[in-house]
Design a protein around this ligand. Structure first.
Ligand code: ZN
Length: 416
């Protein structure tokens, strides 16, 4: 099995133009003693929206690694793929996020459900987990309900995994993640235990699992939810994972994956405490935050760069509904807080960057504008060369924003 390093950080390079600036953050982190492996992740959805191919992400990552002489590991994530979308990711990728959200809630074959329950008497009754004060009380009807909710999804994951395994020519060539985050309701720690037992039964050597946590993980903005409840759930999930590794023989490298994990500054101290206390690993995906730094860099540069940033905002506002549709479960935009394009047209560089940069202490910060631009990368893609050449013309200022955002706001807060 290809082993997943302990701390991995998903970075997104929407336009295959930012890998150098991203890698620079990992290099700086390493100098500070923080050993994090970059995982370039770009989902099928994002490739479709932009009209790009996974091989371009690979080429950009490889080039950055060579140019900057990064000697550490790095991975390329086929993010949120399923059986119908995985094939173009097989060759360039070595990390696969199997998205089974669509199969959650679809009932499995009743014989498979009863077979699973019969095989797992240890999951019924009082289930004590080291590290969780209050044991789970799981009835037969609870486990039936959870199995009906999730068994089919784990069977689907197995089918995708087997497909990748055959195509990659062996398990030494990739890391497997299962994601369940883009669904309507969070999975509780006791559900996670049952899900992990089912995944082990399917013989999937899963190394990262992305549940849907309690609270809102909106794209590009801070966590919205009950911090105490999140802390309990996160700690319980870590305990469940440690238990499942021992009980079901799952890989010892199995760890939690936090999707839409960029910018969730209010839960970073909780995550940091938990991983330091338990020694657990962590995978955190921060893809879309990077493209926002490109816009910030353009706006900061003034002149044509600022004008382009304003154009992108105006067009995003115009196409808001279509841009938001694929991300409905992971954004919450209050239209009343979106400034008009006329207003934004009158903004200085400072006003634009204050609104967009994720600094909640800045009175100009606007989380609604930030979310809209987060999902607005299609607009930049449609601008084609105009956008890419603006990035190139302002590469220094863009790169500084990309690197600082990852290093200062994300890595240091989570790991230092
Ligand atoms: Zn996700």
């Amino acid at each position: 099995m290809k082993t997943c390093p302990k701390y991995t950080f998903g970075v997104g390079d929407r336009f295959a133009n930012g890998a150098h600036a991203q890698l620079a953050a990992f290099i700086e982190a390493k100098k500070l003693g923080i050993d994090i492996t970059p995982v370039w992740n770009k989902s099928n959805r994002e490739h479709n929206i932009i009209g790009s191919e996974p091989i371009q992400t690979r080429q950009a990552a490889d080039k950055a690694v060579t140019d900057l002489e990064w000697m550490g590991e790095y991975l390329l994530d086929a993010d949120h793929i399923n059986l119908s979308t995985v094939d173009r990711f097989i060759a360039p990728c070595d990390f696969f996020t199997l998205d089974v959200a669509d199969d959650i809630g679809l009932p499995a074959n009743p014989a498979d459900v009863s077979d699973f329950i019969d095989r797992h008497p240890e999951l019924i009754g009082t289930v004590s987990i080291e590290g969780i004060a209050q044991p789970f009380e799981i009835t037969r009807s609870d486990i039936e309900k959870v199995t009906n909710q999730f068994l089919k999804a784990t069977q689907k994951a197995a089918a995708i995994y087997q497909h990748i395994l055959a195509a990659k020519g062996g398990i030494d060539n990739f890391v497997t993640e299962i994601s369940m985050d883009e669904t309507d309701s969070p999975q509780t720690p006791s559900e996670m235990l049952i899900i992990l037992a089912a995944i082990a039964d399917q013989k999937i050597p899963i190394q990262t699992i992305a549940p849907k946590f309690t609270g809102r993980f909106n794209k590009g903005v801070d966590y919205v939810g009950d911090l105490l409840q999140f802390e309990k759930e996160f700690n319980d999930d870590l305990a469940v994972i440690a238990h499942a590794i021992k009980t079901y023989g799952l890989p010892v490298t199995l760890k939690l994956s936090v999707h839409s994990g960029s910018d969730k500054f209010s839960i970073y101290p909780i995550i940091k405490r938990a991983i330091q206390r338990t020694g657990a690993g962590l995978h955190i995906k921060t893809a879309g935050t990077n493209w926002l730094e490109e816009i910030i860099g353009l706006a900061e540069s003034g002149g044509d760069g600022l004008a382009l940033a304003k154009t992108i905002y105006a067009k995003a506002l115009e196409k808001k509904e279509a841009l938001c549709e694929p991300y409905a479960t992971v954004i919450d935009i209050n239209d009343a807080n979106l400034p008009s394009d006329e207003e934004v047209n009158g903004w200085s560089s400072k006003q634009f960057t204050s609104a967009l940069r994720h600094d909640q202490s800045n009175p100009g910060y606007n989380a609604d504008l930030r979310q809209l631009l987060h999902v607005g990368f299609k607009i930049a893609a449609l601008l084609g060369d105009t956008y890419i050449s603006a990035l190139k013309q302002n590469s220094e200022i863009v790169a500084k924003n990309v690197t600082d955002n990852l290093l200062e706001r994300h890595m240091k807060r989570l790991f230092l």
